[in-house]
Design a protein around this ligand. Structure first.
Ligand code: NAD
Length: 389
């Protein structure tokens, strides 16, 4: 056995623990630069409460920027510029609050403001630009997730999109894992049902893909089993009753575990194709993962039947299936969950057309696809996507 394991230095998890944000923030510095990923958080008073709680702990704060979209290169460059001109000084730190979009924007800006070899994040993204690496530590960062989805609060990358040329790529470095995570599941109660469904399926996809990844490791696998045991029964309930404390807690915890898992083990085909669906077809990340997940599980069944059966037996020990049936049961459960929470079965329902498939295949070859447990040729991926139309 031989592995490395990375995670945030501190994780503070619990219902209504947002109230502790002041004292936690004060351990990072004296001025909080807030980057928020949802206008809803301004409208429902969460950002106001954040600034009030910080002030009570003698931490000054500035709301730098709010975005409600998956962050673009231009968002990162503009926001980094605002940070830069705010006069960065000792004691400054970043708070990223929101879904994966807001936290990724915050992570990218915290890194870019201390790494000034280029004034565009484009030059630091994987596989595009000048291929620069981060040489300086990012500003310290506190991540506060408000969706239960990406687990970005615990990962070492930020996903950044661009329209022309079209790509969705990561800025990635071990130092980008947020220093502190404050995860209060109550913050996710205001997420509407369809976004709860989509982001929750992202969590479930991450847990499954990390468990079966070609780079799977023992600690993340243990976390994946725990996360799946929490998330599989909880997601439909969180969608159908957004105020259910236990389902929101279970989904937020599962999302956090999924982030730790993916940061250490990588992902697979669903997460390989999802950025391509995002950038070429404008499909939100979680929805893209959800639609791709059943096909991903079927595609990998021949090499991961044992692992699928392990998952079924861990989640439902009362079932006495042989390995083949236990593996198939997992795939059936995922399809049934998708149906129950109204995730479409086909890509054509999301507006994807036949003519887009070559671009989708070409844009699916990122870091995530490299974790898929078996090689998938362009020809096979083309057939998989055609079957999903
Ligand atoms: P999101 O952050 O885009 O949020 C989805 C929607 O929910 C937005 O409209 C947002 O305004 C709203 N919202 C967020 N919190 C809310 C709340 N508490 N109440 C009401 N509305 C709220 O969605 P996401 O799925 O969390 O993040 C997606 C992004 O994360 C994508 O860009 C994806 O590629 C990226 N991602 C990153 C990682 C990583 O490790 N860095 C992993 C997976 C995905």
């Amino acid at each position: 056995m031989n592995y490395d394991f990375f995670s945030p230095q501190q994780i503070h998890f619990g219902w209504e623990r947002f109230n502790e944000v002041g004292q936690l923030a004060a351990s990072l510095g004296t001025r909080a630069l807030i980057i928020s990923g949802s206008r809803s958080l301004e409208a429902n008073g969460v950002i106001h409460d954040l600034q009030r709680l910080l002030s009570r702990a003698n931490v000054t704060s500035e709301l730098i920027r709010t975005v409600s979209n998956e962050p673009l290169v231009s968002d990162v460059d503009l926001t980094t510029n605002i940070l830069h001109h705010s006069g960065i000084r000792a004691g400054d730190f970043v708070i990223g609050i929101g879904g994966g979009s807001g936290i990724d924007l915050a992570k990218a800006c915290a890194a870019m403001v201390t790494n000034r070899e280029s004034d565009s994040v484009l030059d630091y993204l994987e596989g595009v630009g000048r291929g620069l690496s981060l040489t300086q530590a990012p500003l310290p960062m506190l991540a506060i997730p408000t969706t239960a989805g990406t687990g970005s609060e615990a990962t070492k990358n930020a996903v950044i999109s661009n329209h022309s040329p079209a790509f969705k790529k990561s800025l990635r470095a071990n130092q980008m894992i947020p220093d502190l995570v404050l995860c209060d599941p109550k913050l996710s109660c205001s997420v509407p049902p369809h976004i709860t469904a989509q982001t929750g399926m992202d969590t479930i996809t991450q847990l499954l893909e990390s468990y079966i990844s070609s780079r799977a490791k023992p600690i993340p696998q243990a976390l994946c089993l725990q996360g799946l045991k929490l998330a599989l029964p909880a997601l439909a309930e969180a969608v159908e009753d957004g105020d259910s404390r236990s389902s929101r807690e279970n989904m937020s915890h599962a999302a956090l575990l999924s982030g730790i898992a993916l940061a250490n083990s990588g992902l697979g085909m669903a997460h390989g194709v999802a950025p391509a669906l995002g950038i070429h077809c404008n499909i939100p990340h979680g929805l893209a993962c959800a639609v791709m997940l059943p096909a991903t599980l079927k595609t990998n069944l021949s090499v991961r039947q044992k692992e699928y059966a392990e998952i079924t037996r861990f989640i439902s020990p009362e079932l006495s299936f042989d390995e083949t049936d236990a593996a198939q049961y997992l795939i059936d459960q995922i399809q049934a969950l998708n149906n129950r929470i109204k995730i479409p079965c086909t890509l054509s329902e999301l507006g994807v057309t036949h003519s887009q498939i070559p671009d989708l295949v070409a844009s699916s070859r990122g870091n995530s696809m490299s974790g898929n447990p078996r090689e998938i040729s362009d020809e096979e991926l083309t057939h998989i996507l055609e079957d999903l139309l």
